[in-house]
Write a protein that binds this ligand. Structure first.
Ligand code: TMP
Length: 215
């Protein structure tokens, strides 16, 4: 987690922006860009991620990314890490008036554990209600890319793959599909970004959306 501090006093509740997409869709550099844009407008920005974002959440992340486990255990641990993250980081930050920029949130559980793993999404709706009630991101960017291109990008990085990245192409096709369905259900909140275009184009679209919708 990183904090970009600004001395301006905040009185209004902050906003919550999330980034989603299949592995290799290229969201990381744009998350840094949005945090910098917000900080340049005098806002204090918390940049964080899921699973993770707290000491306990980062331990759970290690397990989730590398240990074999029952599929339902995986889904429940995602929500457990999220509960901790909300309690320790996200809720206090928003209440202080800070803005939170988060790499993945509950949409990822619908996409990966629902679409990818095939678990029942109705259960996620119950867990979502339990863990974060009516709190939803104010804005979500969904980086959309054909899994074949995303796979090439990951392969070009030449690093060790985690459990999700190691999944077969079909898994990533289902994850992508579930993300797009989620975007159809919440078109006001989830902005689909075609991730198969220049970094500059993507940056411009994201910045314009943040400025228009949030600032
Ligand atoms: P990251 O590498 O983008 O930080 O994401 C870590 C991995 O965790 C990624 O492959 C997606 C996966 N994930 C889920 O399967 N369910 C979730 O709810 C979240 C937050 C992430």
């Amino acid at each position: 987690m990183s904090v970009e501090k600004n001395n301006a006093s905040n009185t209004k509740r902050g906003k919550f922006i999330t980034f989603e997409g299949i592995d290799g869709a290229g969201k990381s550099s744009h998350i840094v860009g949005v945090a910098a844009l917000l900080a340049s407008r005098g806002l204090t920005v918390i940049s964080t991620r899921e699973p993770g974002g707290t000491p306990l959440g980062e331990k759970l992340r290690e397990l989730l990314l590398h240990e074999i486990m029952h599929l339902e255990t995986e889904a429940l641990l995602m929500f457990a890490a999220r509960r901790e993250h909300l309690a320790q980081v996200i809720e206090p930050a928003l209440a202080r008036g800070d803005w939170v920029v988060c790499d993945r949130f509950s949409d990822a559980t619908y996409a990966y554990q629902g679409g990818g793993r095939g678990l029942d999404k109705i259960k996620f709706a119950e867990l979502e209600q339990w863990v974060h009630g009516h709190l939803q991101p104010d804005l979500t960017f969904l980086f959309d890319l054909p899994p074949a291109i995303a796979g090439e990008r990951i392969a070009a990085q030449g690093r060790t793959l985690d459990r999700f990245e190691q999944e077969h192409a079909d898994f990533h096709v289902r994850v992508r599909q579930a993300y797009l369905e989620r975007a159809e259900q919440a078109p006001q909140r989830i902005i689909v970004i075609n991730a198969d275009q220049t970094l500059e184009n993507i940056k411009n679209k994201i910045e314009l959306t943040v400025i228009t919708n949030c600032l």
